[in-house]
Design a protein around this ligand. Structure first.
Ligand SMILES: Nc1ncnc2c1ncn2[C@@H]1O[C@H](COP(=O)(O)OP(=O)(O)OP(=O)(O)O)[C@@H](O)[C@H]1O
Ligand SMILES: [Mg+2]
Length: 317
């Protein structure tokens, strides 16, 4: 990885992000869940958000879904600064969120779940035929493997249920779809099905935000991977340019990673040069301080955007 690739350029040919966050912060009492988060999502791009437990992924999703308002920072949608005070406001903008629990009604069939709350009516009754037709069209577009749209969702497999939840999110014709851990509870074949579905969303020109703990999924389907660590941006990589180890280093903040090793080598060399140039009568303590910089001073010397590594690391707090 080169230093330049630490902050990835967008993968889409369109230069205008559909969704853009600038310096978004959110606290819960004394807990700073998110601090100064920057994030851009372009149309036709799958961006994976990864990070350890408590890194702030769900908080980010909830801000975009209108569950929690951010404390500070701006969110722009299609170039306009917006506020997202409620889930309805989020949906109205064109952001569809599929939460991990899916929120499907098990006793209802696929059609009823897809159109729940948005039923098509003709006269005084529901137009079941039209809804069924549209359900098939949508599921076919997604190459979804659902045996029947008239069976109760309870009898579908985990992957099929995920498919129904994603299909339902598309009924409102969103521009951005957020998927929170869509494959967490799925087996190998079902995971592959859901990843295919994510590719269909990208083909439709949607911006997809994929929250995942699974690096294999991320590397299989995402265009970019954005790392959160302790509520801060800690890397933004093109998936094609980054190794598994580099993503893991950014997630864990391991000090022994490719970026910090490079930084340390430069700093030690600079310190050695300084020490060689220092007057002989310099106090011993001062010379030692120059020759052995602390880990903190090394990281702080590097601009965030050049390294992808947060200067305000856990060790410095
Ligand atoms: N409603 C809340 N009230 C208080 N603290 C919260 C709340 N929601 C999240 N937090 C805190 O904010 C931080 C970020 O949590 P968040 O759920 O966003 O992490 P996450 O990256 O989704 O983690 P996980 O991978 O475990 O789901 C954590 O320290 C968490 O305890
Ligand atoms: Mg979470």
């Amino acid at each position: 990885m080169t230093m330049q690739s630490a902050v990835a350029e967008p993968t889409s040919t369109t230069r205008e992000p559909v969704l853009s966050l600038k310096k978004v912060s959110k606290g819960f009492g004394a807990v700073r869940a998110l601090t100064d988060i920057d994030l851009d999502i372009y149309p036709g791009e799958v961006v994976a958000i990864v990070g350890d437990n408590g890194a702030g992924k769900s908080t980010l999703v909830k801000i975009l879904a209108g569950v929690h308002p951010q404390d500070s920072g701006t969110i722009s949608f299609d170039g306009q600064v917006v506020s997202i005070p409620t889930p309805t406001a989020s949906r109205a903008l064109g952001i569809a969120t599929v939460f991990q629990d899916l929120a499907l009604c098990d006793n209802l069939d696929v059609v009823s779940n897809l159109f729940l709350g948005r039923e098509i009516v003709r006269g005084i009754s529901m137009d079941e035929e039209e809804m069924e037709q549209r359900s098939w069209t949508l599921l076919r577009q997604l190459s979804a493997k659902i045996p029947s749209v008239r069976i109760a969702v309870a009898s579908l497999s985990g992957g099929q249920r995920q498919t129904v939840a994603i299909a339902r999110s598309l009924i409102g014709e969103p521009s951005v779809v957020i998927l929170d851990e869509p494959t967490a509870a799925l087996g190998v074949a079902q995971t592959a099905e859901v990843l295919n579905l994510v590719e269909r969303l990208r083909e439709r020109g949607l911006g997809v935000l994929l929250i995942s703990h699974n690096m294999a999924d991320v590397q299989a389907v995402a265009d970019r991977v954005v790392v959160l660590r302790l509520g801060r941006n800690n890397g933004d990589f093109h998936v094609a340019d980054v190794s598994y180890e580099e993503i893991i280093s950014a997630i864990t903040g391991a000090t022994d990673n490719v970026v910090t090793r490079r930084a340390s080598a430069h700093a030690v060399q600079a310190a050695a040069d300084n020490a060689a140039a220092a007057p002989v009568e310099a106090p011993i303590a001062e010379a030692e301080a120059v020759a052995a910089p602390s880990a903190g001073s090394v990281t702080e010397a590097l601009p965030n955007n050049a390294t992808g590594i947060d200067a305000d690391s856990e060790e410095n707090r």
